[in-house]
Write a protein that binds this ligand. Sequence first.
Ligand code: CDT
Length: 325
Amino acid sequence: MRVAAAQVGAVDFGADRKKTLARLLKLLEQAAAEKVELVLFPETTFTTFFPRHLLTPEQLDEYFEHGDDVTQSPKVKPFFDRAKELEIDVSIGFAERTSAGEQFNTCVYVSGGQIISKYRKVHLPGTVEPFANPDAVNQLEKRYFKPGDLGFKAFRAKGAVMGMLICNDRRWPEAWRVLGLQGVEIVLIGYNTVSAAPDLWGSRKVMTDEEAEQTALFHHKLVMQANSYMNSTWSISAARCGADDGKYGMIAGSTIINPEGEIVAESKTKGDELVVADIDLTECEQGKTKTFDFSRHRRIEHYGVISTQTGVIELPVETVTNGVH
Ligand code: CDT
């Protein structure tokens, strides 16, 4: 199967929605010209990454699509219509507002004009309130979105078992493993990852913005490669990147990674770019039947706290730690 990550560069605050849409359509046309069958677009692709701004309810209206059937939401319908005409499957992220008024950070997988699967981001990063530091880059996802309520459901499309995660989810191995346990063969992850934001990330040393960007890129690839390997799955990641408004830097690094954890294709720019690869699903078999044959090797009797305990419960200080206690 020929697949692609459609990396999308800077989208400024207040950018003309039609112009942004035209850029996405151009990437779709390029994909069609290269005979790509499936294109992944980033998280909240249609606008700037608005959770960095403290917005009024009226301002927020601009950023949300009607989630019940996003393919019919007026400002984005042309995107889904064109994907259907070109016979390309697409996965794309958007800010969802349901008819009940709930807001989620969502993505859909659409094939032939039909929504095959919808995923709502579970691991929301950032804060509810802006940082006290007026120069900080905020990430108000906990303010604007509810945690996803659809779980990590794999689905079948194009003869493959697929799953979707969104951005920060990729740092959580539990999310990948739930997909892995459904036999996932392609994991699709769009992201907006700020490149230098010490108030958000914390920093163990003072870094230049360039060093911070390299660290953020390193962590992105680390989790994509490791989790692809540990779940014997292909993965595709697509960045919204570049510097929104000329100042809010976000990492690029869109990748296509094989089930051995090796990067087979990677973006070369920080702008709009189609990253294409031919992938072979049978490459998942080796890991799934040998090293990571879950049915033979997992020991679930020892994993209970993973699903019963959220935070760390430290050992009492007097605990003997020589292996027997
Ligand atoms: N958009 C998004 O989820 N960004 C997060 C920032 C992490 S903040 C600690 C990410 O994981 O890239």
